[in-house]
Design a protein around this ligand. Structure first.
Ligand code: PEP
Length: 251
């Protein structure tokens, strides 16, 4: 069975105080019992500098903490980079790799994303591999091919079995931060193509949808057969809204 997950990407927002408060509000509602009743695991992805305070604020809850990126290198002269070992040392369990903002703004390509995925998994973090097409690619009808190529680059480097034990988030670029969401059917069509690409080995791989998810549209998206949860940006910065999104995932 696919493990239901709800992930909050806080992007480059917040101060130590606001990040700690948000984490504490979530933690108050997410005890062990709530997770068992409500099913979905919650993971938050604060900016690097807020990870220690968020780990401390969620220590007595069932909320996991991840990082928004990691270096593909283990250590050395890579100014400004953060290694997998450093993230583990700070209490992270997950890491996003290949978020579309890093692909588009920082210029990360499929090969670099694959190397980051490999480093994360080899080091003991669970990577959430983000994939998705641009508006132009959707209009050209190449959505499934683009997503398949992004996933294939990782399979080529680490093998199918290792990709299947990670998490994949399908996030159409045109839906991220725009208020425009893929319809449940559009999202399901791509999730089903991803599931087919992974084959039997991916029958229990958790597949997330991301792109302007909010408390009003989450239930319909998460009711799709191949969608096992969400990667949420803007709406994850409001504790109540984020908790309501998490509640709409069927256990
Ligand atoms: C994201 O950052 O991955 C995301 C999906 O953002 P938003 O929910 O704001 O579209």
């Amino acid at each position: 069975m696919c493990k239901p997950l709800i992930a909050g990407n806080w992007k480059m927002h917040g101060t130590t105080e606001s990040a700690t408060n948000l984490a504490a509000q979530l933690a108050r509602h997410r005890t062990q019992e709530a997770n068992e009743k409500e099913g979905a695991e919650i993971i938050v992805f604060p900016p690097f500098v807020h990870i220690p305070s968020v780990v401390a604020a969620t220590a007595n809850s069932n909320i996991s903490v991840g990082a928004q990126d990691c270096s593909q290198y283990p250590d050395g002269a890579y100014t400004g980079e953060i290694s997998v070992e450093m993230l583990l040392d700070q209490g992270c369990q997950y890491v996003l790799v290949g978020h579309s903002e890093r692909r588009a703004v920082i210029g990360e390509g499929n090969q670099m994303v694959a190397e980051k995925f490999k480093a994360a998994q080899a080091g003991g973090l669970i990577p959430i591999l983000c994939v998705g097409e641009s508006l132009q690619q959707r209009q050209q009808g190449t959505t499934v091919a683009v997503v398949a190529e992004q996933i294939a680059a990782v399979i080529d480097l680490v093998g199918l079995a290792d990709v299947c034990r990670a998490v994949i988030a399908y996030e159409p670029v045109w839906a991220i931060g725009t208020g425009e969401t893929a319809s449940p059917q559009q999202a399901q069509d791509v999730h089903s193509a991803i599931r087919a690409q992974l084959g039997e080995a991916g029958s229990s791989t958790t597949l997330l949808y991301g792109g302007s998810v909010n408390a009003s549209n989450a239930a319909e998206l998460f009711a799709q057969p191949d969608i096992n949860g969400g990667l949420v940006g803007g709406a994850s910065l409001k504790a109540d809204e984020f908790l309501n999104i998490a509640k709409s995932i069927e256990a």
